[in-house]
Design a protein around this ligand. Structure first.
Ligand code: NAD
Length: 383
């Protein structure tokens, strides 16, 4: 068994998702376990260099993680041929320009979603990456969540029979910063910075739909700014110029209908912050991030509708949990492992930039649907 090093330029990892998920739970976790096992028995050891704008933040992150290489000079990092991969999890607005620089420097690119604000830009990036002969992928972590893996298992076992409908309920209350500080960065609520709930979350809904239930073929969507006034990280008031709520209805292949209800202005009374409900002729399931419960046809009760007395049935008790049969690993790490194997040994890549493009296609269709108050078709982009 040999150890093989792989250098990764990690940009934007001082941010929330970059530090917690990509660096600590993924790259550092792989390093701690002695590298990623490859199919020939070798182990691939990721060697990150942390890149950002703020020296103090970088120094602090380097100190807490034990990563020795860091810099504020992205050009110098990109110029180093020892680092093969460029990764970006900084705020959304700068991503396409950064990715273009990385491609020009011959790096393989792995990018947080959304890859770019428009479909055209994602397709341009893909063309550039293909022309340069570099590998490319977008972060698609959610399919690796235990709750969603259970849904996949159920589907593969034929649990649902004929799939009828799907519902995604997502969100929680994001404070406006008046009395209680907001728990999300202010750029998320500004158009120029790549904010907006549809751009933020619909990339996930797109690959979850196709990965689990079927390709979306058309969409109608209503968006709204529920909280137009917020205060930023320093307490300064600003006006929100993007949506913080979106309600979409999608038609999928094979006649399945999907609803999406996503909001930064709702208070949660359901099983999890994200729940996915799938209804089928032979059974239904509700998955959260980790747990999943089912109600097969064989145990489906006949509910009693009675307007005269409070409900006697405990409707939640009529569902059974799906046990934890599959090995548990952090979902971002699973996505990293797939990309690293794709780069190191040409392993399969289910998250190339054409998949990112499908997300942007849905995003643009949602905005167009709201603007024009009509259904929008989603032609197959292939891939
Ligand atoms: N895969 C997922 O489920 C998932 C989850 C959360 C966030 N994300 C994506 O990751 C990216 C970062 O999100 P986050 O929640 O970590 O955000 P964050 O605000 O915590 O971090 C943003 C990072 O971008 C950097 N940055 C660079 N230029 C900036 C500028 N001009 N203004 C503000 N910040 C700037 C910040 O220093 C920071 O490191 C976003 O593109 C977001 O869509 C993906």
């Amino acid at each position: 068994m040999a150890h093989r090093r792989i250098g990764i330029v990690m940009h934007g990892v001082t941010g929330r998702i970059g530090t917690n998920q990509h660096l600590v739970n993924s790259i550092l976790a792989i390093r701690r376990e002695g590298g990623l096992p490859l199919s020939n028995g070798d182990r691939l050891m990721p060697d990150p260099i942390l890149v950002g704008r703020n020296v103090e933040k970088l120094q602090a992150l380097a100190a807490t993680t034990g990563i020795e290489r860091w810099t504020t000079d992205l050009d110098a990092a990109l110029a180093d041929p020892q680092d093969e991969i460029f990764f970006d999890s900084a705020y959304t607005a700068t991503r396409p320009a950064l990715a273009r620089r990385a491609i020009a420097a011959g790096k393989h690119i792995y990018l947080e979603k959304p890859v770019a604000p428009t479909l055209e830009e994602v397709l341009d990036l893909r063309r550039a990456a293909e022309a340069a002969g570099v590998k490319h992928a977008v972060v698609q972590d959610k399919l690796f969540l235990p709750g969603l893996a259970k849904l996949r298992l159920l589907k593969d076992q034929g649990f649902f029979g004929r799939l009828l409908s799907v519902r995604i309920d997502f969100g929680w209350w994001v404070f406006d910063g008046e009395q209680v500080p907001a728990q999300r960065s202010s750029w998320n609520y500004r158009l120029a910075d790549g904010g907006g709930l549809v751009l933020d979350m619909f990339p996930h809904w797109r690959y979850i739909m196709e990965g689990l239930f079927g390709r979306p073929t058309s969409v109608t969507c209503h968006i709204r700014t529920a909280q137009p006034h917020r205060r930023d990280e320093r307490g300064r008031p600003y006006t929100v110029d993007v949506e913080d709520e979106a309600r979409a209805l999608l038609e999928l292949e094979d006649g399945v209908v999907a609803e999406i209800n996503a909001s930064w202005a709702n208070r949660v009374r359901r099983d999890d912050l994200l729940t996915i409900t799938a209804e089928g002729t032979l059974g239904s399931a509700v998955a959260g991030l980790h747990r999943c419960v089912v109600q097969p046809l064989s145990t489906t009760p006949k509910p009693v509708w009675n307007v005269d007395v409070p409900a006697a049935q405990d409707l939640y008790a009529q569902w059974a949990p799906v046990p934890d049969l599959l090995p548990l690993k952090n979902s971002y790490r699973m996505a990293w492992e797939a990309f690293l194997r794709h780069v190191a040994e040409d392993g399969p890549n289910r998250a190339s930039l054409i998949e990112a493009a499908k997300g942007l296609q849905l995003i643009e269709a949602c905005h167009a649907s709201h603007r024009e108050r009509r259904w929008i078709d989603l032609p197959d982009l292939g891939g």
